[in-house]
Design a protein around this ligand. Structure first.
Ligand code: ADP
Ligand code: MG
Length: 701
């Protein structure tokens, strides 16, 4: 069992701030604990002798053998809460649930208090929930240490929520639907324990089959990905993520900064973590139910059995919208259906056994299709008729699902006539919906989770690079007292094995000529200035300069830069070998640092129209080889890289390796806040990084 097993399964719980006063949180918690908890409840409050029949002590130190109290629930006012927690730590209590509000959520005084709380928790190594939490619940011991008004039913779903109010709403909702829980935690301000800790705990908990999260943010994205992707091999995690983090974090100067916002980081991060992300509360519980009740399918092929034409078509449409596909039956199946179904029936998938079908006909059809090797799952769609008992149908579905071992969902379309059937299905863990789209969506999610659980996570490759040289180049910016670097830092890429065209930055026309002579062909010349972000916008890039024009072009570029900004710092001019753009594709490879997830790699179609086209994909770094490779296929212009219209495909391996090498660079140097290689020209013979721009956080160096 995990580190938090005592938090959810304590023998003794003390309420610090227990109270009898009507309407108080201290009273609600004490009452809830007394209601169903199997263990011992202790009351602490210096202003009372007795609370709800419990003897009351002045301080936690004065209860009998305080060291054996497993959990302290803290409900006292914020001014004295930190002291109360310190006392709990001093007597050796390891788990603290802080209900008290008035911390980080309430301005600067509260933030200071929360810092203090964190220090105390770290000093005593406390497993601390909250502050500003509704509390925790765990059904095996009947523990209700919350101030909600309802206790959860027993079940195998464990649920964490960043909103306490949402916990109460969900409990109320779940009570009506036979949805049961193992543990529930209201995360509050997450001063110590956060979503990653609970994912880790429930991943190790044999009684938790599905983990649900309602999250507004994620404290440490990298950690969450690492923990979750292991847990999701065995335990599905379904997450609703609402709200957005401070967009200011991505208020950035470069292309990547503007395009790789926080929301994209969450999207990529939650995907890399192996979670199923849902948009609504309904989906959250639809997925939870089917994941906890049904076996995983071994393929994507679904059979539909229905007594109604229209709903059968709706179900087929829903399959079309999903990643599932309609199963193609074997000849045996067709033969059996032909022999057992009435003439008017449609024996092709969706199987329409027509309106006069009694439960027995469903039984026969279902048995036949589930026995077909091409079928991985089934959905039963039925409308009420005079000859069909939903109760009997439910029993048939339960039996056939069990016999086949394949996942099944039902769509019994009706109101009150569904009741008894619904109960039978729920008992057997078969999800039942009015809407066929939800049934198909749930089976789709089940299939998606099957794919996740079979993912093999590869560690990112580590390349042999010149880290010291890279550090020197970054430090050169510090000496120049700037946090912006451009093509003058191209060697940074060389140090990490990312190919660049031959070239150099020089500060005189004569030197420019010498470099061009070395290159021995027409060259590209670019102005180099930390004040000029988009060089071509101001005429700062000249492509195809012949040797005899290099001197004049140098002067022209400087004049144009001065015209644009008279006091611009001009470092010189870059003279660069020409790259054959005709044979290649201009891509962009960049990085932007997300406050929660850290380095976010961006890959897409590049060049000067990158903002217009916005065809990019992101991943949280570090990325493994398969992840880097998947980025290439993710973008809409992927066919360009694969050689559309008779073009030769680009050197895919070189491109994938470059993504991995950049991933290593930005992981090695947290000081790089953002970085753009645009364009990274991909050709059939390799890649070339033609342009570079990056922003540094000097203090991280
Ligand atoms: P910026 O993005 O600041 O305008 P770049 O260095 O990216 O400057 O140059 C702008 C465009 O010029 C590139 O997108 C590319 O089309 C072209 N270009 C730049 N360098 C080269 C090169 N070495 N060979 C061929 N084309 C180049
Ligand atoms: Mg560029």
């Amino acid at each position: 069992m995990g580190r938090l097993s005592t938090l959810f399964g304590p023998e003794r719980v003390a309420v610090i701030g227990a109270s009898e006063s009507e309407g108080s949180v201290g009273r609600a918690i004490t009452e809830n604990l007394l209601e169903s908890y199997e263990g011992e409840v202790l009351a602490v409050n210096p202003n009372a002798d007795e609370v709800l029949g419990l003897p009351c002590r002045d301080g936690i130190g004065e209860v009998d053998s305080p060291g054996t109290v497993d959990v302290a629930v803290v409900v006292v006012p914020p001014q004295i809460a930190v002291d109360a927690i310190r006392q709990a730590g001093e007597v050796g209590i390891g788990n603290v649930v802080v209900i008290t509000a008035g911390f980080g959520e309430t301005g600067s005084d509260g933030a200071a208090r929360e810092r203090e709380l964190r220090e105390v928790a770290e000093e005593y190594d406390l497993n601390l929930v909250g502050p500003n939490s509704l509390g925790v619940m765990s059904t095996p011991k009947g523990l209700n240490a919350t101030f909600g008004n309802e206790m959860a039913n027993e079940g195998d779903i464990s649920f964490m929520s960043q909103s306490g109010a949402f916990v109460t709403a969900v409990l109320d909702w779940a009570a009506e639907r036979d949805v049961g829980f193992k543990d529930i935690v209201s995360l509050g301000n997450k001063a110590i324990l956060d979503e990653g800790d609970f994912v880790e705990e429930w991943g190790e908990d044999p009684e938790t089959d599905v983990i649900l999260g309602y999250l507004e943010d994620i404290e440490d994205g990298g950690e969450f990905i690492r923990t979750s992707r292991e847990v999701t091999q065995d335990t599905p995690i379904v997450v609703v993520k609402s709200g957005r983090t401070d967009a200011g974090a991505s208020a950035a100067a470069s292309h990547t900064g503007a395009m790789a916002g926080s929301e994209r980081a969450y999207e990529a991060g939650l995907e890399q973590a192996g979670t199923l992300r849902v948009e609504s509360v309904q989906e959250l519980f639809d997925y939870a139910q089917i994941l906890s009740g049904q076996p995983l399918p071994d393929g994507e092929e679904i059979a539909i059995v229905t007594n109604a034409g229209g709903p059968g078509v709706m179900t087929t449409d829903a399959v079309g919208d999903s990643d599932l596909s309609l199963a193609e039956f074997s000849d045996d199946t067709f033969e059996t259906l032909q022999g057992t179904m009435p003439e008017a029936a449609n024996i092709y998938n969706p199987v329409d056994i027509i309106g006069d079908a009694p439960a027995e006909r469903f039984e026969s059809a279902l048995e036949t299709v589930l026995a077909d090797e091409n079928v991985s799952m089934a959905v039963v769609v039925a409308c009420p008729t005079a000859v069909l008992s939903f109760e009997e149908l439910a029993e048939v579905v339960v039996e056939k699902q069990r016999e086949s071992g394949l996942p099944v969902a039902t769509t019994l379309m009706g109101g009150k006539s569904v009741g008894a059937g619904q109960e039978i299905l729920a008992q057997a863990g078969i999800p039942q919906y009015f809407d066929p789209a939800r049934a198909v969506g749930s089976l789709d999610a089940l299939t998606e989770y099957r794919n996740i659980s079979e993912r093999e996570f590869q560690e990112p490759d580590t390349f042999d690079v010149d880290r010291e040289r890279a550090r020197e180049i970054l430090q050169s910016a510090t000496r120049r007292d700037t946090n912006r670097l451009g093509v003058e830092a191209m060697e940074l890429l060389d140090a990490y094995g990312i190919p660049t065209p031959q070239g150099a930055v020089v500060d005189s026309p004569g030197e420019a000529e010498a470099i061009a002579e070395d290159i021995g062909d027409n060259v590209v010349m670019k102005i180099v200035s930390p004040d000029i972000l988009h060089k071509s916008d101001i005429g700062g890039v000249e492509v195809g300069v012949p040797p005899e024009e290099v001197r004049d072009t140098y002067e022209d570029l400087v004049v144009r830069a001065r015209n644009y900004q008279s006091d611009a710092t001009i470092l010189g001019v870059q003279v660069q070998e020409m790259v054959d753009l005709e044979a290649g594709t201009e891509t962009i490879l960049g990085m932007n640092r997300d406050p929660q997830f850290g380095p976010l790699l961006l890959f897409g179609l590049g060049g000067i129209f990158v903002e217009v086209l916005e065809d990019t994909t992101v991943r949280v770094a570090p990325v493994s080889e398969p992840e880097a490779s998947a980025m290439l296929d993710d973008i809409e212009s992927a066919p360009l890289l694969q050689g559309a219209r008779g073009r030769e495909p680009v050197d895919r391996d070189a491109l994938v390796e470059t993504v991995q090498r950049l991933s290593q660079l930005v992981t090695d140097f947290p000081a790089i806040v953002e970085l753009d290689i645009n364009p990274l020209v991909a050709t059939p013979d390799g890649v070339k990084a033609v342009d570079l721009r990056l922003t540094l956080d000097q203090e991280e160096l």
